[in-house]
Design a protein. Structure first.
Length: 114
């Protein structure tokens, strides 16, 4: 299970990411929006695998009609993903939002995940 605090910690550890409100919700920006709390415990990210993820697990990954116009936006129920999955989603979203790539990006130690 992941939380908004996990999102914040992972986002702010990425190069060039800043946090500021978007539509009165916490959001994180690289060059453009990379992640935003859509509602409590639901995160918006950018991905090139939206259709595949939503087909694989529609209880975790989904979008609303609002997101239909933006084919890279995906909603994620944080309570249904672990930290390793959250980190993977945020790293891709960071890249798609124009974030800088670094060999020294922080990685979550999955050996302690339970």
């Amino acid at each position: 299970m992941s939380t908004e605090d996990d999102v914040r910690r992972l986002c702010l550890a990425l190069p060039g990411v800043v946090e500021r409100p978007s539509w009165q919700r916490p959001a994180w920006f690289a060059k453009t929006l990379m992640a935003r709390m859509w509602e409590d415990d639901v995160l918006t990210v950018k991905t090139t695998e939206r259709e595949a993820l939503a087909a694989m697990d529609p209880g975790t990954y989904f979008w609303t009609p609002h997101h239909g116009r933006s084919p890279m936006l995906l909603l994620v129920r944080l309570e249904r993903i672990d930290l390793a999955e959250l980190e993977e989603l945020l790293l891709e979203s960071h890249r798609l939002a124009g974030g800088t790539v670094s060999a020294d990006l922080p990685r979550h130690d999955t050996s302690e995940a339970g």
